[in-house]
Design a protein around this ligand. Structure first.
Ligand code: FAD
Ligand code: SF4
Length: 519
């Protein structure tokens, strides 16, 4: 008879289909799960995100037990306290012997190192299994990269579509085009978003309520509030959220994907990222549900393709980038950015109406949609020249869907262009006029997106022109920056000087008021 194994299930591996669990024998092997304070403290994690992880973990533990698994579960308050996952695992492995430790590839390089070290120190053997909840394995991604000078998402996405037969008619993409991105950038009209379905909210049950109380006590000083937590924390709830999205919002997801509106944090977005990242949902079932809606005529191709591209394309691609370039990726700072993150990222107290709205919504709900992350908070940090590692820590801390493998390439690469162009072929930069076009934030803002200098100059607009001047030499070598640089040519020496002065003042003010939190 074989010895019993220790089966590790990490906080973002909450699936009965987890490879380590599929390898295990109910009634013999011991499932091990641990909440450790260090996971909420190594970045100053917002309360919503802590609740998301702990509530989902405890529900999953109870489900496993109800299905007859023996689960050794360490709650965050259990003594002796173990600050890190490695320490908690060491403690268990120091007290008991197991046949081997079986784990599934984690979502963070740091955790992989902790896991390996703790198991090796205890003299156990570690069996580390590929996480097959993703379409693309690390090895498959390396094959994609082989021989390419520059990775590009679009080519990877087409390979995935072909390989997995998603939205295909034989050898051709459905509708004849691979990508309907150009139809996915509509702003709302003056009246704002219409036909928004009510968001499906999941009122906390007794278990989640107890987690909320515990988080409020233990992490009282952490950012944001946990009071209005209503995310799905079980598989059953996640499936209901998927069904609701496909029936009510998918049809409109595509065209307004990039639009923003004051007081409307969710719009037509799916809100499925936390459920996907914690494995309450499988990417394949989400993609299949969207494709089925298209085939049944319930949703148009531009929406369905746009949605599928996010999951089968971007989500898989960023994971490939993460594991191919880590750990050195974490330290990249291609533009030499050195400013501190403004204090108002933790409070929302700024006169910039767009940034204030997005930050306050983030701290309240743990959510902002992609364009809010990329073209408001991300853009401001990029233009100001914030050190990308600080920006990364903020994004990892505040969103309920934040896990490093997906957050880091999006922040450091796509948003901050700090990886030297691995994630994107050019920096995502724009002036305040882009925000004016895509939202109603500028109405009632004390700044004017059309002005780059003067008392009402929009900080985005000032910093946009300053960015072009500061990085002109680098950007000139990029053919995709041609138009933006041609516009810069039209600005004379005196005005350039005024822009530089105004930008320098914004940076100096930021260094001074960082703690105070207002611009
Ligand atoms: P929807 O707009 O409904 O999109 C559908 C799904 O597609 C998402 O649930 C998500 O799983 C996937 N997706 C969409 N865009 C991306 C992308 N760029 N990369 C990977 N998957 C994508 N996403 C995270 O899951 N976790 C993060 O920590 C995270 N950090 C980000 C940081 C920055 C600076 C930026 C610019 C983007 C980040 N994203 C992150 C990607 C994206 O913003 C979120 O996935 C999305 O906003 C989640 O909301 P949703 O579920 O309503 O997505
Ligand atoms: Fe943001 Fe500038 Fe518009 Fe104000 S004017 S909301 S700062 S883009």
């Amino acid at each position: 008879m074989r010895e019993r194994n220790l089966i590790v299930a990490l906080g973002d591996q909450l699936s009965a289909r987890l490879p380590a669990l599929r390898r295990a024998e109910r009634g013999r092997d011991l499932v091990w799960m641990a909440e450790v304070a260090g996971e909420s403290e190594y970045v100053w994690t917002a309360k919503q995100r802590v609740v998301m992880f702990l509530a989902a973990m405890r529900h999953f533990r109870d489900e496993l037990r109800a299905e007859g698994w023996e689960v050794r579960y360490r709650e965050i308050g259990d003594e002796p306290s173990a600050g890190t996952l490695g320490a908690a695992l060491r403690e268990t492995l120091g007290r008991e012997r197991f046949g081997r430790v079986v784990a599934t590839w984690p979502g963070e390089h740091r955790l992989l190192a902790e896991l390996r070290a703790a198991v090796a120190d205890s003299g156990h053997e570690l069996e580390l299994l590929e996480d097959d909840s993703f379409y693309c394995s690390a090895e498959r991604f390396e094959r994609h990269l082989a021989g390419r000078k520059q990775p590009r998402m679009e080519y990877f996405y087409r390979e995935m579509r072909r390989e997995h037969g998603v939205l295909m008619e034989g050898e051709e993409p459905c509708g004849g085009e691979w990508n309907y991105d150009a139809s996915n950038r509509k702003p709302f009209g003056r009246a704002g978003p219409e036909l928004l379905a009510a968001r499906l909210r999941f009122a906390p049950d007794a278990l989640t309520k107890s987690v909320i109380r515990e988080v409020d006590t233990r992490f009282g000083g952490h950012p944001g509030s946990a009071g209005n937590f209503d995310w799905p924390v079980t598989r059953e709830q996640a499936l209901a959220a998927l069904e609701h999205f496909v029936e009510s919002e998918l049809e409109r997801f595509g065209q307004y994907q990039d639009a923003m509106w004051t007081g409307e944090p969710y719009l037509h977005h799916s809100l499925l990222a936390p459920a996907l990242n914690l494995r309450l949902l499988d990417a394949r079932e989400v993609v299949a549900a969207a494709e089925a809606a298209y085939r049944a005529g319930a949703a148009g191709l531009e929406s369905v393709e746009g949605f599928v591209r996010q999951i089968l394309g971007w989500r898989e691609y960023v994971r490939g980038i993460y594991w191919s370039y880590m750990p050195e990726y974490l330290e990249r700072n291609g533009l030499g950015a050195a400013e501190p993150l403004p204090g108002f990222y933790w409070t929302g107290e700024t006169e910039m109406r767009c940034v204030g709205s997005v930050v306050r919504q983030t701290l309240r709900f743990g959510y902002a949609h992609h364009i809010q992350r990329l073209m408001v908070t991300g853009l401001y940090a990029l233009l100001l020249g914030v050190r990308p590692q600080e920006t990364h820590r903020w994004y990892l801390a505040v969103y309920v869907d934040a896990v490093e493998w997906v957050e880091l390439p999006n922040t450091l690469g796509m948003s901050q262009y700090a990886d030297g162009g691995v994630m994107g072929s050019k920096p995502y930069i724009a002036s305040g006029k882009y925000i004016q076009k895509m939202s109603n934030y500028c109405e009632g803002c004390r700044f004017d997106p059309g002005q780059r200098t003067g008392p009402r100059a929009c900080p985005f607009t000032t910093l946009y022109w300053d960015f072009l001047m500061r990085h002109e030499a680098l950007l000139r070598s990029n053919p995709r920056m041609g138009m933006q640089l041609r516009n810069l040519n039209g600005i004379g020496a005196a005005e350039r000087e005024s822009i530089r002065d105004a930008a320098a003042r914004l940076r100096a003010d930021n260094r001074e008021v960082k703690e105070g939190g207002t611009l």
